[in-house]
Design a protein around this ligand. Sequence first.
Ligand SMILES: *[C@@H]1O[C@H](CO)[C@@H](O)[C@H](O)[C@H]1NC(C)=O
Ligand SMILES: *[C@@H]1O[C@H](CO)[C@@H](O)[C@H](O)[C@H]1NC(C)=O
Ligand SMILES: *[C@@H]1O[C@H](CO)[C@@H](O)[C@H](O)[C@H]1NC(C)=O
Length: 214
Amino acid sequence: MRKTELAAFLFMGLTPSFAQLGIAPQQENGEAIVVNKCGVSVYYVSMGDSGSFGTLSPDAVYREQFRLRYLGADYPGEDKYGGISIMLSPNQTITAAVDKQQAFFQSTITQFEYTYHPLEPPGLWYDISNVNGYVYNTDNGWNGIRPWPFQEDGLIVEGTSEECATVVCPGGNPNGNSTCIQAYTHSKDDWATHGCRNNNSIVLTLCTEVTLDE
Ligand SMILES: *[C@@H]1O[C@H](CO)[C@@H](O)[C@H](O)[C@H]1NC(C)=O
Ligand SMILES: *[C@@H]1O[C@H](CO)[C@@H](O)[C@H](O)[C@H]1NC(C)=O
Ligand SMILES: *[C@@H]1O[C@H](CO)[C@@H](O)[C@H](O)[C@H]1NC(C)=O
């Protein structure tokens, strides 16, 4: 299986106002929701320690309640809990492939990443990562030219309350630059990680700029 880099989650930069809110009990966890507005099938794997492959048809919605990923007692402190990556690709080569799952893992992906942390306020971190979104490993994405998987039609991430920062990756080449500045392009782009209370849900809408003419 292709190795993916889960972006490093930053716990240090959280503002005290979030901490004061405390963490909601796990049974109140919100959901990670993906809405496919792309007009073509999008393929996904929700990856923790393992993950299974699925297809999101046009206009279909994928949702999962935020999952706890306990890494083990050997990990110190806050590192005991790991992230989940909802790996996504609209690559239509997968549609034609006999082994779709194998084709998926050979494709570039955009990742909708989150960590539910039961001990570290505000309880939930999330980001969009294009670290594995470029065809050639040597492409660093910052050249503003290379496409990432949803570059053509863009995406948006919104929470169910104002506590949760919005992430916008416009479609096309705004200002001549196709790089999504609000997503991870490199693994240390930690400004792209946001936190809010774990009883919020986070909705990722893919292809926000598809028009009916397309
Ligand atoms: C699309 O998928 C195919 C087969 O998995 C892969 O070879 C190709 O590089 C992918 N293209 C992109 C842009 O990710
Ligand atoms: C695209 O934007 C990124 C982030 O602001 C910047 O680092 C990069 O140099 C830009 N590339 C071009 C070609 O303007
Ligand atoms: C999360 O829980 C807090 C405390 O019970 C509540 O004030 C807040 O409205 C909840 N947020 C959501 C999105 O349900």
